[in-house]
Design a binder for this molecule. Sequence first.
Ligand SMILES: Cc1cc2nc3c(=O)[nH]c(=O)nc-3n(C[C@H](O)[C@H](O)[C@H](O)COP(=O)(O)OP(=O)(O)OC[C@H]3O[C@@H](n4cnc5c(N)ncnc54)[C@H](O)[C@@H]3O)c2cc1C
Length: 468
Amino acid sequence: MNVRVSALRSYLESICGSRNVSDDPEVLYPYGSDQTQHLHFPFDMLVKPGTPEEVSQILRYCSSNGIPVTPRGGGSGVTGGALPVQGGVVLSMERMNRILTVNNVDGYVIAEAGVLTADLCKEVEEYDLYLPVAPSSMGFSMIGGNVATNAGSIRSCKYGTTAQQVLNLEVVLPDGSIIWTGANVRKNATGLNPTQLFAGSEGTLGVITKVVYRLIPKPRAEVLLLAGFRTLEDAVNMVAALKMSGLSPSAAELICDNALQFTAAYLGGRQPLVQEGIHTHLLIEFQEPDDVLMHHRLEAASALLQQHGCAEVLVGSTAAEKERLTRLRYAIGEAMTSFGTTYRDVDACVPLSGLLPYIAAVTDICRRWQVPLICFGHALDGNLHTMLLLNSQASLQEQEALDAAATEIYTYVTSHGGVLSGEHGIGWLQRKYLPLQFDEKRLSFSRHIKSLIDPANIMNPGKSVSTF
Ligand SMILES: Cc1cc2nc3c(=O)[nH]c(=O)nc-3n(C[C@H](O)[C@H](O)[C@H](O)COP(=O)(O)OP(=O)(O)OC[C@H]3O[C@@H](n4cnc5c(N)ncnc54)[C@H](O)[C@@H]3O)c2cc1C
């Protein structure tokens, strides 16, 4: 940074107004962290622009003066993407929070990037429309952050990740140009596709200021099945059968025995299907346009469950029943942090055919390094949350053991056709593993794109591709 902090503040205040700029340490403090373990980084200036034009002027100034800029959405990231690791400016999108258009003829919504994900979902449902992919952090993540991380959800197995929901983005580039990356239509074969380049770019290429999401009609019927299995093998074989059946469930969440026992102990009382002889849960959801189609789906699913050794199944169609059946799944995160523990979420994605060997490998690795392990997640996508637990008072030796276990897991994944991250991104925490995934030619390809768009390397330096 080759400009004085006072000059930076004066400039930003002249663009956004003094109440939207701060260098007060107390105001800055929460913006120095996200949801990544207990990490915190100090930085120089917080700015909250209100328009793309303001973002444009900020980026142009920061490019000219070599000032790092970390775009920030809801700060719910778990790989440290929003951590200002090189100081400089944190650019918070919180003021750009308007939903601009819901088009129920063409089926899309246009909104500013700082809209909370849950607010967008609620608004479009007023029009009988539906955004099918929203992360479970939807109450505190923003749509710009979801696009920037290419977030997934439990429903990605049916509908894809966030990138597949995006038709078009308004983006401010580091030189201050404001561009639209696509068009508000369903098909577009008009040259290169920058929309997909910015989806998952983790703030390293520019600032997303508006998002156009494609929407679908709201499904009229939604039913949950909680299936208990005696063995992990039976449950994973059921997932493979579901995939081949064409039944297209909207979720198939695997909860391994370690997650089951740990969370049941945290919740206390009797939990559905937590009982003698059941060691794995599969939470299967169907979303269909009507009850007739749903009836056929459930009949076929029930036959499949019987064929694949399901010990018992519970069905939920009312809100209260669904809450009861999903309670344990959604309490896993809370259970992990409530015992004074923190965790490293290895959200690797492997081919479905390699899921069982993957679980065996991580179990063995964690046993050898004596790292407590919790495994659950999006089985149909081959994308499990492999949670390595760490006590908040952990010794250096325990932290090193966790790092060593994570490195072994990533090495296993990348040598068995998988990827480092299925939905959380690379961010700060996983950057050092990129060379396990990519050879020098592939790293250099990403580096070239980055340096073409951001020659001064101001956008989220030190993250993901910016590291190499
Ligand atoms: C309890 C919990 C549950 C979660 N569940 C899920 C889940 O189901 N699926 C999932 O995929 N993830 C999940 N996450 C992780 C996280 O919520 C997602 O990665 C989310 O998409 C981040 O959005 P955000 O607005 O909080 O972004 P932030 O954390 O603020 O930022 C994330 C990255 O995006 C960049 N960024 C943010 N906004 C912009 C913008 N407008 N322009 C350019 N770059 C930007 C940042 O620089 C950073 O690199 C969960 C996290 C928690 C804590």
